[in-house]
Design a protein around this ligand. Structure first.
Ligand SMILES: NC(=O)c1ccc[n+]([C@@H]2O[C@H](COP(=O)([O-])OP(=O)(O)OC[C@H]3O[C@@H](n4cnc5c(N)ncnc54)[C@H](OP(=O)(O)O)[C@@H]3O)[C@@H](O)[C@H]2O)c1
Length: 244
């Protein structure tokens, strides 16, 4: 049976790498990002990697209607969501006393409001996946961050959204794991992608967590039976203790 995933922020970085792994296992998927040309390139990569079917939707996760739009588009091609990968995220550093409120609002919209709204709108399709494939159930995997577990100076807004995402996934498990929908929030320290490029002068890229390590975790989570609930996975950088 072909399993299907909805991956937000699947155009590059961790999201695209997750897509490639699922594609190599024959999954179908819908990926999102803001730019259609980047999505087209990613879709070709996913098809070349073995995806059964790939759809793309260009959208801004800050759009208040994004969840309805995405689920409507997804439903035109697939009847169930076997894995909902809540991956798209933004983050800019700055101290609380001068942090621009416009950036705060955008961070909340993209990192918290959109995943929550999408999870809500996806619920019927997640239940369809449980009914069609009870051996796996439906998986919700959210990319949180170590900054949501331990504080990091300059990342108050970003860290707050990620802490909230960890809480949403814990609550999802309280509400839905008994019916086969299980969630995991992955909370890594710095991962070597475009997003962490700003800090490579202090934390060299080759000391960051590799994208492949995050992909391995996601792949394992998709294979678990719904009897096992892994609410959160905290991944720290070797040698860095519990800080970013
Ligand atoms: N890299 C790290 O160090 C790190 C550490 C911990 C957690 N994380 C989390 O892991 C997730 C993925 O991060 P990454 O490192 O892969 O980031 P990335 O390389 O910057 O990729 C981010 C992805 O999200 C999409 N995206 C960003 N803003 C968007 C918006 N407003 N609307 C729609 N799509 C948007 C991007 O697509 P477009 O730009 O094409 O729209 C891209 O596909 C994020 O949630 C991040 O917070 C990352």
């Amino acid at each position: 049976m072909t399993r299907s995933a909805l991956i937000t922020g699947g155009s590059r970085g961790i999201g695209l790498a997750i897509g490639r792994r699922l594609a190599s296992e024959g999954w179908s998927m819908l990926i999102t990002g803001r730019k259609q040309d980047t999505l087209d390139d990613a879709a070709q990569t996913l098809t070349d990697s073995g995806a059964a079917r790939v759809r793309t939707v260009a959208c801004d996760m800050a759009d208040p209607d994004v969840a309805e739009i995405l689920i409507s588009e997804y439903g035109k091609s697939f009847r169930a969501i076997d894995a909902l990968i809540l991956n798209a995220g933004v983050g800019t550093a700055g101290p609380i006393d001068t942090y621009p409120m416009r950036r705060f609002d955008k961070t909340i919209d993209v990192n918290l409001r959109a995943p929550f709204a999408l999870l809500q709108a996806a619920m019927p399709l997640l239940h369809n996946a449980v009914a069609a494939d009870p051996a796996h159930g439906a998986k919700v995997i959210a990319l949180a961050s170590l900054a949501g577990v331990y504080p990091e100076a300059g990342l108050a807004a970003y860290g707050a959204t990620k802490a909230a995402l960890l809480s949403v996934i814990d609550t999802l498990n309280s509400e839905q794991s008994g019916s086969g929908i299980t969630g995991t929030a992955i909370a890594p320290g710095y991962v070597d992608t475009d997003m962490s490029a700003w800090i490579t002068d202090r934390i060299p890229a080759d000391t960051m967590i590799s994208v492949d390590d995050i992909v391995e975790l996601v792949a394992a989570l998709t294979r678990l039976s719904p009897r096992a609930v892994v609410s959160r996975v905290v991944v720290t950088r070797a040698g860095a203790g519990l800080q970013a």
